[in-house]
Design a protein around this ligand. Structure first.
Ligand code: GSH
Length: 214
C-alpha cells in the first residue's frame, strides 16, 4: 500500500496527499509527528522530516522527490507539463514554494497555530508582525506578478504541481488568520479563492477542521 507518513496539517505532507488524491491513488497516512517520531522512523525518513513515503518499490523523503516519482509511476493524470520549457517553469514555481514561500509562511504558522496548540506557548506577535510587514510582501508581489494575465492556474491552463505546492502553504496562512489583501495583490487573492474552491483543496480544508474545533 502507498503510505505517506506525517500529519496532514504539514504543508509538505498535504502537498503529497493532494498529488495522490489528484491522481486517484489510494493511500494510508499514519499521522507521524516529527517532534515525537515513532521508533525506527529514520528507516523511511533519514532527516527525521515529514512527509516520508513508502510503497512496494521504495522509501523516499522530500515532497518534491516523492511527487516527481508519483508522476513518473502514475502518469495517467499528469501534474507536470511534458514540454521541456513548461516543465522547467512549473518546477521553478514548485521550488519557489518549497523554499521561499515556506521560509516566510512557515514561521507565521508556527507562531500563530502550532505554538499555542502543540506547545502550549503564546505566539510571538512581534515576530509575526515583522514577518508580515517585512518578508511577506516580497513573496506576495512575486506570485501576484506571476499570475498577471493568467486565467486560473500558475502556469498554463491545467492544474500542475506548481499550484499544489503553492496553495498548500496558503491554506496554512489562512489558518494563521492572515489574509492576502485583494487591493494590493488582486491576482493572487483571486487565484487563491479559485484554488481553494476546487473540490480537491476543499476536501483537505474540510478534513483539517476538526483540528481547529476547540
Ligand atoms: N523539503 C522538505 C521539507 C519537509 C519539512 O520541512 N517538513 C517539516 C514539517 S512541515 C518537518 O518535518 N520538520 C521537522 C524537522 O525539521 O525536524 C519537503 O519538501 O518534504
Amino acid at each position: 500500500m502507498t503510505t505517506v507518513y506525517g500529519v496532514q496539517i504539514s504543508p509538505f505532507v498535504r502537498k503529497v496527499l493532494l498529488v495522490l488524491k489528484a491522481k486517484g491513488i489510494p493511500y494510508t497516512n499514519p499521522p507521524v509527528n516529527p517532534m515525537d517520531p515513532p521508533k525506527g522512523f529514520d528507516r523511511v525518513s533519514p532527516l527525521g522530516k515529514i512527509p516520508a513515503f513508502e510503497d512496494d518499490k521504495l522509501t523516499l523523503a522530500d515532497s518534491a522527490v516523492i511527487c516527481e516519482y508519483l508522476e513518473q509511476r502514475y502518469p495517467q493524470i499528469s501534474l507536470y507539463p511534458t514540454d521541456l520549457v513548461d516543465r522547467a517553469k512549473v518546477k521553478w514555481l514548485e521550488k519557489y514554494a518549497d523554499t521561499e514561500v515556506i521560509a516566510v509562511l512557515g514561521p507565521i504558522f508556527f507562531e500563530r497555530v502550532l505554538k499555542p496548540s502543540m506547545l502550549q506557548q503564546t505566539p510571538d506577535e512581534e515576530r509575526v508582525n515583522s514577518l508580515i510587514t517585512q518578508s511577506l510582501p516580497g513573496i506576495l508581489n512575486y506570485l501576484d506578478q506571476q499570475l498577471r494575465g493568467k486565467k486560473t492556474f500558475l502556469h498554463g491552463n491545467v492544474l500542475t504541481i506548481a499550484d499544489i505546492a503553492t496553495t498548500t502553504h496558503f491554506i496554512n496562512l489562512s489558518y494563521s488568520k492572515v489574509d492576502v489583501d485583494a487591493t494590493k495583490w488582486p491576482n493572487l487573492a483571486a487565484y487563491l479563492k479559485q484554488m481553494t474552491d476546487l473540490p480537491l483543496f476543499k476536501g483537505f480544508i474540510e478534513s483539517d477542521q476538526p483540528l481547529f474545533a476547540e
